[in-house]
Design a protein around this ligand. Sequence first.
Ligand code: 5AD
Ligand code: SF4
Length: 461
Amino acid sequence: MADANSPAVQPKTKGLFIKTYGCQMNVYDSERMRDVLKPLGYEPVDAPEQADLVVLNTCHIREKATEKVFSELGRLRELKQETGGVLRIAVAGCVAQAEGEEIMRREPAVDMVVGPQAYHRLPEMIARLARKTGDVLETDFAADEKFDALPKSRQVDGPSAFLSVQEGCDKFCSFCVVPYTRGAEYSRSVDAIVAEARELARQGVREVVLIGQNVNAWHGAAPAHDPKGGEWGLGGLIRHVAKIGGIERIRYTTSHPSDMEDDLIAAHGEVEQLAPFLHLPVQAGSDRVLKAMNRKHTAEDYLRIIERVRLARPDIALASDFIVGFPGETEKDFEDTLALVKAVGFAQAYSFKYSPRPGTPAAGMQLQVDEAVKDERLARLQRLINDQATSFNRATIGRRMKVLFTRKGKREGQALGYSPYMQPVHVDEAMHVSNRMAEVEVLDATMSSLKGRLVEAAALA
Ligand code: 5AD
Ligand code: SF4
């Protein structure tokens, strides 16, 4: 027993290595897992070899993502053998949710499986593991319980941080696993979000990125101080977060066209801190394909939304996601996608070959498209998108803009930041700009980044 004079017992420091796959939600969850494990003495280390616990925070969105997890587990099994079985291995995230029991069966080296709504229970699971009692597979859906249980403090590394405001999805696009792995749509309360945003600002965060699988489906009861009362949408939340001192930039991702409400669009023209950037996945340009995807909007609906967004914020940078080779997609359907891309003019876009996911309606559809055809369409779409990204970036040469510098560049003395349009920007004056916003003149541009010069270097120094 500890005697009254001995110092408080500190848990022994243990190494924690979290490898994150997939989307921003997983990046956020990995940071929160780190916060959850900190009181147990776990501190981040740089490599699995230095760790006592390795967590793979997995992604199930496409087949390749899942395959990567199983091959990584193979490597970790060998590492675990080298440690004489001491290393603990946990699988978290969406593969854990979808295939937890299969993972436990197929890979005995795995000690724990924890779904995206259950990682607040990791400390109990680790205790059960040590005592060799109880379940080490937790895949309940209880987003409210999770957020209530997570530590109020957050440890952040730089001037930009993700803040999860919404989880899950009720849209059920026919190709997508998210409604099954992340569960039903859930919105956190205004108070909980504002408290977390304040905590981030207190730690020096300048940019908050409001994230959710379907972030613009976020809605919540207006707080008591709002005389109008009623329900807020994401536009209302953004206006509120913009009032928190220290928050210089706000972004949100990822959105669904059906939830682009008038007030959110208006916020793009009215809230100074809201970055002129919108990631609004459309997936395809053919109405026939959009219907089969269960997207609940047409190509024309999407173009009208873009028109309204541009009316509110003419310089907005637009980004999107595309799937090529969805079952039944013909050459004509694919050309409709190219036509939509040409009609919009994107600053950037992600494009993927359709990947059948177990349990989703599209996986069982007739007329699956040949892999070679998918490859060819993907290459054509990416050429067009790359041309548009290059034009967008080159059009900013000569302009001055506020860049938020988040990390060091690859070269000595170089810093990397992001423009308001989410373009990566390199400057050579790293010594002046770590973790802050600074004005930059754009000197040059490629498809994927800008080169700039600090306008206020002297003043900042
Ligand atoms: N196959 C290919 N791409 C997919 N996406 C989601 N599910 C699939 C799938 N089964 C893409 C969509 C989505 C992005 C996150 O991943 O474009 O917007
Ligand atoms: Fe998946 Fe569609 Fe929901 Fe996006 S809106 S998470 S693509 S089901």
